[in-house]
Design a protein around this ligand. Sequence first.
Ligand code: IMP
Length: 423
Amino acid sequence: MANTILVGTQWGDEGKGKIIDVLTDEADVVVRTQGGNNAGHTVFVRGEKYILHLIPSGILRPGKLCVIGNGVVVNPLSLISEIETLEKLGVRIGRKLLISDAAHVALPFHPKLDEAREKAKGKKRIGTTKRGIGPAYADKASRVGIRMGDLVDAERFPELLRERMREARRILALYGLRPPPYRRTLDAYAEAAERLRPMVTNTVVRLHREIAKGKRFLFEGAQGTYLDIDHGTYPYVTSSNTTAGGACAGSGVPPAKIDSVVGVMKAYTTRVGEGPFPTESEEISQALHAMGREFGATTGRPRRCGWFDAVLVRQAVKINGVDRLAITNVDGLDAFDRIRVCVGYRLGNRRLDWVPSRAADLAACRPVYREFPGWKQDTSGARAWEELPAACRRYLESLAELVGARPAIVSVGPDREQTIRLD
Ligand code: IMP
């Protein structure tokens, strides 16, 4: 494998965690480049379930260097609890994990502000994960944020925190709230800083050293294309660039060093949180929830489910430059008699084959469906393309043709072994 960016082509939860885990085998360095602990990457290894929020899933493999890049917002307390959970499960972190000194720190008032803003929006809420991701990135863009390099500077951090909390107090007062006490925050964060200090470094310099040594990189995208702050269904988006370009900005590795972009897509569509979703379907939601599938890895919320939307993914393939597809959750469709795929939208009396940028327009789009026969057979045991039922193969080939990229991986279950490689 050459240097690869892995992105979600829908609204997140495409099953990236598992695909990252599969591809990590062929990488030396795994890098997270955006988002924070709003992400939840689920990986099953020999029946054991791991949910990773901030740490690249490469940590589960021996000998991989894992990097939290400058584009990520880090909640140090949740990072430490993730490290501790992994250690309890017998995963050795040691010197395998590095954190960029330029990554921004999520502070305790960020989740409070996130929640207060959501509440104030009422019905117009975004449905965030309430991890404070939006407010943390807002501080970064407003140039008042605190970075990991500041956190581990025991001399400067207390004053920086005091200053930041002074303004936060005024902002939270608008919502009738107060930030957690300064002293308590300082103590907790100073303790976290002690633990994290050996991992915090200039990751740009380190990554370029690894490039010079010819190491192979995997950039682990979080969320999905339509949660991208620019290309997503704004304002129902997250606060970072979840698309392939974000991987370069969020790591300091230039576009010219990228060889391949893997786009992960579910064989149907899901979304958590609010916002337009043209192919949303009660039928498929109920059926998948009844099977115990499609509950959020970070918040446990039931995901909204719908048919595969080829318009959406086709545009994602273009925005990200996807050259290989990983199609996941194919087994989720095993029980359906017929399967629908959205091949175009109708907006008023116009027919669209692209995604409108205004959320209100997308919400008004009515899907144009093509119907496929179901295969009504268990696919979870298939380990080769030929072992998939013929109707399933035809369905997957049609999806690939409709979105304009080559299938490289098909996933028929959560376990590492339940994977079919076509490249
Ligand atoms: P935030 O990132 O917590 O601000 O949430 C903004 C939107 O992105 C909400 O609709 C969330 O449900 C969604 N979101 C954030 N992270 C993820 C994820 O990892 N998977 C799926 N949806 C996510």
